[in-house]
Design a protein around this ligand. Sequence first.
Ligand code: ZN
Length: 142
Amino acid sequence: MQLRMLTLHKPIHDEMVARARTATPLEACGILSGSDGGVRTHHPMTNADASAKHYSLIPEEQFAVAKAIRAAGETMLAVWHSHPATPARPSEEDIRLAVAPGVLHVILSLAGSEPEMRAFLIADGKTESVPITITEKEQDDV
Ligand SMILES: [Zn+2]
């Protein structure tokens, strides 16, 4: 089943923004897991590229997180990375290197005065925007 929306608890959003700001000028990245499009857990990941223009995950780290997600009874919903100085749109490389079909790609841009977070489906070289809802409540209360 392909996700068509993502719901994010505000503290997780804020944690992602803090992490992206700390990593600047390099890109930060992470994995979001939960169920039914509702994010419950943020797994910060190492950007193996240590680059300002792209990122890649470390396979061993990704494997360990995938295992932890299964153990928690959750599913992997999205891979996110920051764009320290460019808009919240997938770059040509993001589209070309998009992995994990069925998982959303979230981009957090710090280019504007306020952080901007957007989610995309990327498949076969095409991208489609997917809405993100940021909630003040815990997912369990929704
Ligand atoms: Zn990117």
